[in-house]
Write a protein that binds this ligand. Structure first.
Ligand code: ATP
Length: 239
């Protein structure tokens, strides 16, 4: 069965003022799938997520979410339609408790805590339940990343966009963050992941795109790209 495209980016060109970063980028996220955009430093991965979430408006091209054109909409409206963006660097509030950070995620969605999201999130992240009254600054790097992801889930999105969830984490911790990402997908949330950590991202991606200098240069199933000669050489340091 062919899955419906939840998100469709069509020939998007975007950037900052006169600096064009993305050049005619097209990509899709099928419903209930996990899509990875991989590429090295400065390729334009963050710019792509910022353009989808409305922080940047594309110079040209279209972005559709659930069939509706969203390019040009303000970020809060895009968020309300069901896209949650977990930015690079986590941006949690260090002096607020874990619970307060989570409530901020729901508050912004207005739906608040009524739909039992907090209970679901605590089931998925037991460590956050244990630490719910601690200031967020006392969490380890991995726990802080879990909190940022959990906060993104509080509004019950259909699409969760994750910017470099493995950044600055030890390999063992990255593995557990990635297990959580897979569990979120199993719960029916589609995921768009951008990563420099190509190996992890390709291992779990139903579909992946390689972004180089603002252009998509390759696409395919994650596991197929892992076997690709050019990927091995340029991104996995293998001969
Ligand atoms: P990284 O993993 O290093 O964040 P990336 O693939 O996410 O890389 P982007 O952050 O999208 O890359 O950056 C792409 C280009 O856009 C870079 O050349 C960067 O210097 C530039 N850029 C990023 N943010 C801004 C900004 N706010 N103003 C101007 N240029 C920017």
């Amino acid at each position: 069965m062919v899955k419906m495209d939840l998100l469709k980016v069509v020939r998007v060109t975007s950037g900052y003022g006169t600096l064009t970063v993305l050049n005619q980028v097209s990509c899709e996220v099928a419903d209930k799938s996990l899509v990875a955009i991989v590429g090295s430093n400065g390729a334009g991965k963050t710019t792509l997520l910022n353009t989808i979430s409305g922080i940047l408006h594309p110079y040209s091209g279209k972005i559709y979410f659930k069939g509706k054109e969203i390019n040009g909409m303000p970020p809060h409206e895009i968020a309300r339609l069901g896209i949650s963006h977990v930015p690079e660097g986590r941006r949690i509030f260090p002096n607020l408790s874990v619970l307060e950070n989570l409530k901020m995620g729901a508050y912004l969605a207005r739906e608040n805590m009524k739909n039992g999201m907090l209970k679901k999130v605590f089931e998925m992240f037991p460590i956050l339940k244990e630490r719910k009254n601690q200031p967020a600054r006392t969490l380890s790097g991995g726990e802080a990343q879990m909190l940022a992801i959990a906060r993104g889930l509080m509004r019950g999105p259909s699409l969760l966009m994750l910017d470099e969830p493995s950044l600055g984490l030890a390999p063992k911790v990255v593995a557990s963050v990635y297990e959580t990402i897979e569990a979120i997908k199993k719960n029916g949330v589609s995921i768009l992941l951008v990563e420099q950590n190509v190996r992890y991202a390709l291992e779990i991606a139903d579909k992946a795109y390689v972004l180089e200098n603002g252009k998509i240069v390759m696409q395919g199933r994650g596991r197929d790209l892992l076997k690709n000669k050019n990927i091995k050489k340029h991104y996995l340091s293998l001969k």
